[in-house]
Ligand binder design. Structure first.
Ligand code: NAP
Length: 497
């Protein structure tokens, strides 16, 4: 089958029960290239009736798929992985067009990580094992099976669409579930329809994967609370996550939630500043800071604070900014106007509260683009933890730098947030960094690095308002499977009456 994964391909239909169809009512939504601000595609605007059709198909197809031999499930994932790798350049191009992902900084990394996630998912059918437990009752044998949960709902965000859909869709299918995938409206292709094309070409039976594009404000509640849904795997913001989790819980579906973050890059006076600054530049500015695990706050010890701010500012000013389509660009566009305006508002509020603007804080005009979405890499000093750019998840190329006097104060500042996702520590030797890492209340911490790390064979999860449940490895396998206890009474049992 000829696979057209270019931005110009037809992306205007939903994928339900193995068929491409228009939304009921025939409406579509424009998809914009954030670099050029031009509409490059239109996708279907699904209604609740379309959502119902997707779940009906998933529930029906899931029963047979759950019985498919492990080797068949593994083969489909491998086929999909081969197609992904065989079309890597097209997919990197799609990520640039749809998500504003700079190929060298975001697109290539996304495809590489997606391949890693698919390869990990391909091991799921072999790893899915039950157990055998002894019984206290004479003559009884306990068998514990591990079975697929049924229908898994996947709702993904726009910031790393390919990976945040892949890490849920591929293992859920590999474990024998059917899936209904609702991607973000800003990235319905790389977070959704692309998966339909890849899995269809890989030979996945009809109905096992269904993709509904449409606005969360219109179909979100129906998706999150659908009676046919057994697990809701959501990645997105904490406020929407709370609503989605409550809809799932009302329906007694398992909520697997990966939510917002407010991650610190903690640098003590013993740190190797060259290494700390290299890490800081990547962790703050890659993909324009639109990563749930990017550096939200830099905590830097007073004795090295001025040098750190000066060097970070110099590096921020040296980064090439512009269109995600231009060679050599490192910092591309923000996904849309509302995200851009919100982050610039946080910067203004932070300056009004007494912080100093070292560099940035404004949009960058692009030739021929009306109302550019590119924001200059921004460094703010004299920041305190309660200022907007520090206490809110700014999700932009913004580096607020906060001074601290000693490690106890740094740990207190780091933990003074409702979130607990990722973080990084530079404190000289690895042992000193590890001791601080142990005191940070987050699901992930990286010593002598920056917070953006994801390896498909290592658990990925947050604490507190950053989520519940986890991705990768057995963490996610446990979310999308259930145990079933079957006891076998081999001898007549004696009852008390
Ligand atoms: P978002 O606004 O919460 O949206 C996430 C997804 O939820 C989108 O598909 C969205 O659809 C959908 N949605 C919106 N309202 C809904 C509703 N009422 N019911 C069901 N679904 C609904 O998040 P975002 O702005 O796309 O992504 C950025 C956020 O994601 C940040 O907070 C970031 O930290 C977080 N994130 C977390 C992780 C992690 O692993 N912890 C990873 C990446 C991102 P529409 O697009 O149609 O509104």
């Amino acid at each position: 089958m000829e696979l057209d994964l270019s931005p110009d391909a037809d992306w205007s239909e939903l994928y339900i029960d193995g068929e491409w169809r228009s939304a009921e009512g025939g409406e579509t939504i424009a998809v914009e290239d954030p670099s050029t601000r031009e509409t490059f595609a239109r996708v279907a605007r699904a209604t609740e009736a379309d959502v119902d059709a997707a779940y009906e198909a998933a529930a029906a197809a899931g029963e047979e798929w759950a019985e498919a031999p492990p080797a068949q499930r593994e083969e489909v994932i491998h086929e999909m992985l081969d197609l992904l790798e065989g079309h890597d350049e097209e997919i990197v191009g799609l990520l640039a067009t749809e998500a504003g992902g700079v190929p060298a900084a975001m697109g290539g990394t996304s495809v590489h990580l997606a391949a890693d996630q698919a390869a990990e998912a391909a091991t799921v059918p072999r790893r899915m094992k039950g157990e055998h437990a002894a019984s206290n009752i004479p003559g009884k044998e306990n068998v514990v099976e591990r079975i697929p949960s049924g229908v898994v709902t996947v709702i993904s965000p726009w910031n790393f669409p390919l990976n945040l859909s892949m890490r849920a869709v591929a293992p859920a299918i590999a474990a024998g579930n059917a899936v209904v995938l609702k991607p973000a409206t800003n990235t319905p292709i790389t977070g959704g329809l692309l998966f339909a094309k890849l899995f269809e070409a890989a030979g996945l039976p009809a109905g096992v994967l269904n993709v509904v594009t449409g606005r969360g404000s219109e179909i979100g509640d129906r998706v999150a609370g659908h009676p046919e849904s057994d697990v809701v795997a959501f990645t997105g913001s904490t406020p929407v996550g709370r609503r989605v989790a409550s809809k799932a819980a009302e329906n007694l579906a398992t909520p697997a939630m990966e939510l917002g973050g407010n991650n610190v890059h903690l640098v003590t006076e013993d740190a190797d500043l060259d290494q700390a600054i290299d890490a800081a530049v990547f962790g703050s500015f890659v993909h324009q800071g639109q990563v749930c695990i990017s550096i939200n706050r830099h905590l830097v010890q007073e004795s090295v604070y001025d040098e750190y701010v000066a060097r970070l500012t110099e590096r921020a000013e040296s980064l090439p900014v512009g269109s995600a389509h231009d060679e050599g660009v490192v910092v591309g566009p923000i996904i849309d106007e509302s995200q851009r305006d919100e982050m610039l508002e946080y910067v203004d509020e932070t300056l009004d509260a007494g912080a100093t603007l070292e560099t940035g804080g404004h949009t960058v005009d692009l030739d021929g683009v009306d109302d550019s979405l590119v924001v200059a890499p921004t460094v703010l000093s004299d920041v305190t933890n309660d200022m907007s750019a520090a206490c809110f998840e700014h999700f932009g190329p913004i580096a607020p730098v906060i001074p601290f006097s000693d490690v106890d104060e740094a740990v207190e500042l780091a933990n003074d947030t409702e979130y607990g996702l990722s973080g990084s520590v530079h404190a000289g030797d690895v042992g000193a960094g590890r001791r601080i890492a142990d005191r940070l209340d987050t699901g992930m911490v990286h010593v002598n690095d920056q917070p953006i790390n994801d390896e498909a064979h290592v658990p990925f999860s947050g604490t507190n308002a950053s989520g519940m449940g986890g991705y990768n490895t057995d963490e996610f396998l446990n979310e999308v499977t259930e145990t079933k206890w079957i006891s076998l009474q081999h001898e007549p049992r004696e009852y008390p009456f």
